[in-house]
Design a protein. Structure first.
Length: 647
């Protein structure tokens, strides 16, 4: 039996094996203390025939060999024959079977381009057109396109010049390309609401949503994969982990392993199922996926680190935390930063297990690690790059690396991993250019992005942590005192007139709106709620009321901040109903990820993120950050008791 690497993304083979492993409940995470496998390895030939033998080990940060030894030798001979103009030798080699395997196809475009650009060959218009149709994104495309144009004009000796490009990668500006993935999607809000409404009604509803999704005309594979991820998250929120795992895995395949959300959703489901090894591979895929927003990348990195910690791999745990912390203003980035700051044992981590950190202190040099190699392998041309390096095609590898750099700069982690691989491959001048570019990055993503702080003065002062009040007000209204919602909520903390009246009675506040007809009362209360001081007062009191009610219903001394925030957004009864259908949801981070709607999940994460950032700016304590980093449920009482405590 002959094993070959499937054509396309290097993650495809891993996905096929992983999918079967997930369904069977098999183990794919290595034993404790062992190095993790490189995801794009060709499976070892069971008969030892060596047709597509496994590539060399990447232990110690060496580069992988995606080509078997026979295929590598074959391509070396082909390139040598083309450059020598040895037509007879090329004819002999062309009949070999080496390039017909899927792994052997990796360098086929390079070989053909070398032929077509050689002075010894005269490609036809059809050959050039076919190459450009298949490989238009590769570095040889500008030259071949120019040759095709000259051929069509009838020129006998084309005057071929290299198209201008980024020959000094340090000239490429990060800000020109850093568009979040979610902003590149053309979305259909009505379709999404319909799909998620169906998916919220259980397994049959999920099936109906998927059937509908398959019938949508003009649906791109990328958007379909993203929607699979959102449907999987909806299934996860209902406690249907196996459906979430199945739908997320299907979405990962639908997006050709390039979209991160479905892999992340499936990873969370695998974690809840107790399949930590499968969860690791899914989180790693999500973190390395090309089409993933920074917050999902940070989340997947953080959860991959949690799996590594469970397996006792401290070096890998810290590697993933460092990667998550690069997204330093995200929910999981801040959690990772807290853990790295507080963990005294990190100084003992071997350099080979630490991924470089890019943050406020700038770029730090690091030794190439397996995570770096996996990051580059997951890029669209990652296996292609490693194959060129393997056969010694340094010039072609450098051309490809320069092109990959443009996309890598959208993500500082991916860019630095590519820089380390380039340096390891011996392309020192290019690696130095990349290092200079990284050092000059405009760290807009690492600056405070919440804007200037307004001066808030609740009536009777802050009853809760000022950072928390600022965070809720920003999330609810962006500090707009005149804000109103379709649900009939008003002011900075978006309070309804009936809620304000109820809270006033509960806490014996003076009645500031004269009793009159219902319409007159609502109109007067709406106006009152647009006064910032009053709105901030009743908003805080409503949160205190929710905390007291939740503590009583759960027969506890105090309520969790997570449940108070979720109830503030979705309503206390909605959260109680949802929680009654959940089993074994003791992990506070998993609690957040499984909340009943995408809106509530995002709300809780964003309020906490804003709370932590505002806490830093206001110099007040952020006990919820400490608790969640320690794996504990954050207490609402601490937000009340610590309202005046410095950080």
């Amino acid at each position: 039996m002959r094993w070959i690497l499937p054509c396309g993304s290097p993650a495809v083979w891993r996905g096929a094996v992983l999918g079967a492993a997930i369904l069977a409940g098999n183990t794919v995470f290595p034993a404790q203390g062992q190095a993790l496998p490189f995801p794009s390895h060709v499976p070892e030939h069971p008969d030892g025939e060596g047709h597509d033998a496994p590539p060399s080990s990447i232990a110690g940060g060496s580069l992988p060999h995606p080509l078997s030894a026979p295929v590598a030798r074959h391509y070396k001979a082909l390139f040598a024959a083309v450059r020598a103009g040895d037509i007879a030798r090329i004819g002999e080699l062309a009949h070999g079977s080496e390039t017909k395997s899927a792994a052997g196809q990796l360098l086929l475009p390079d070989y053909l381009a070398e032929c077509y650009l050689s002075i010894y060959f005269h490609p036809s218009e059809a050959q050039l057109t076919d190459w450009l149709r298949r490989y238009s994104a590769l570095p040889d495309a500008p030259l071949l396109r120019q040759k095709l144009e000259e051929l069509r004009k009838g020129a006998s000796a084309p005057n071929m010049t290299v198209s201008p490009g980024y020959w000094d990668v340090a000239d490429i500006q990060h800000s020109d390309r850093a568009v979040p993935f979610s902003q590149t999607l053309t979305r259909n809000g009505l379709l999404e609401r319909d799909l998620l409404d169906k998916a919220s009604s259980g397994e049959k509803g999920v099936h109906k949503a998927l059937v509908q999704l398959r019938t949508v005309p003009g649906m791109s594979s990328t958007y379909a994969a993203q929607l699979h991820g959102e449907i999987a998250m909806q299934a996860l929120s209902q406690g249907d982990t196996r459906t979430a795992l199945r739908v997320g895995s299907a979405g990962l395949e639908k997006g050709e392993h390039r979209v991160g959300l479905p892999a992340y959703a499936a990873g969370l489901a695998a974690w809840r199922e107790g399949q930590l090894d499968a969860a690791y591979s899914l989180f790693e895929t999500a973190a390395n996926a090309e089409q993933t927003d920074g917050d999902i990348q940070a989340a997947a990195s953080f959860w991959a680190g949690r799996v590594a910690e469970r397996h006792g791999n401290a070096a890998l745990y810290h590697t993933w935390l460092r990667r998550a912390s690069v997204q330093s203003e995200s929910f999981y980035g801040l959690l990772a930063g807290r853990l790295l700051h507080s963990d005294k044992s990190q100084a003992a981590v071997a350099a080979s297990g630490v991924l470089s950190t890019i943050g406020r202190a700038g770029v730090k040099q690091a030794t190439l690690s397996e995570v770096d190699i996996n990051v580059v392998a997951a890029m669209g041309e990652g296996a292609h790059l490693f194959a060129l390096i393997q056969i010694g095609e340094q010039g072609r590898a450098e051309m490809l690396a320069r092109q990959m750099w443009q996309d890598a700069l959208m993500d500082p982690v991916r860019a630095h991993s590519l820089q380390l691989v380039v340096r390891k491959a011996g392309m020192r001048a290019l690696a130095d250019q990349m290092q200079q570019a990284l050092a000059r990055l405009d760290h807009k993503g690492f600056k405070d992005v919440l804007g200037p702080l307004p001066d808030l003065h609740p009536h009777h002062g802050f009853r809760l942590s000022s950072a928390l009040v600022y965070a809720v007000a920003r999330m609810e209204s962006n500090f707009d005192a005149a804000a109103s919602s379709a649900a009939g909520a008003y002011g900075m903390m978006q309070v309804r007139p009936t809620t304000a009246s109820f809270v006033s009675e509960q806490y014996h506040l003076p009645q500031t709106v004269a009793a009159a007809s219902s319409d007159d009362f609502n109109q007067a209360m709406q106006q009152r709620l647009r006064e910032p001081g009053y709105n901030l007062e009743v908003g805080q009191l409503y949160m205190l009321y929710l905390a007291r009610s939740l503590a009583q219903s759960e027969q506890r001394d105090g309520a969790s901040l997570l449940k108070v925030l979720a109830s503030y957004n979705a309503g206390p009864q909605a959260i109680i109903r949802w929680e009654s259908g959940q089993k074994d949801l003791q992990d506070p981070l998993m609690f957040i990820e499984c909340l009943p709607s995408a809106e509530t999940r995002q709300y809780v994460r964003n309020v906490l993120t804003n709370d932590w950032v505002y806490g830093r700016r206001l110099h007040v304590a952020t006990p919820s950050l400490v608790s969640l980093a320690d794996g504990q449920w954050p207490s609402f009482q601490e937000e009340e008791q610590g309202r005046d405590s410095p950080s």
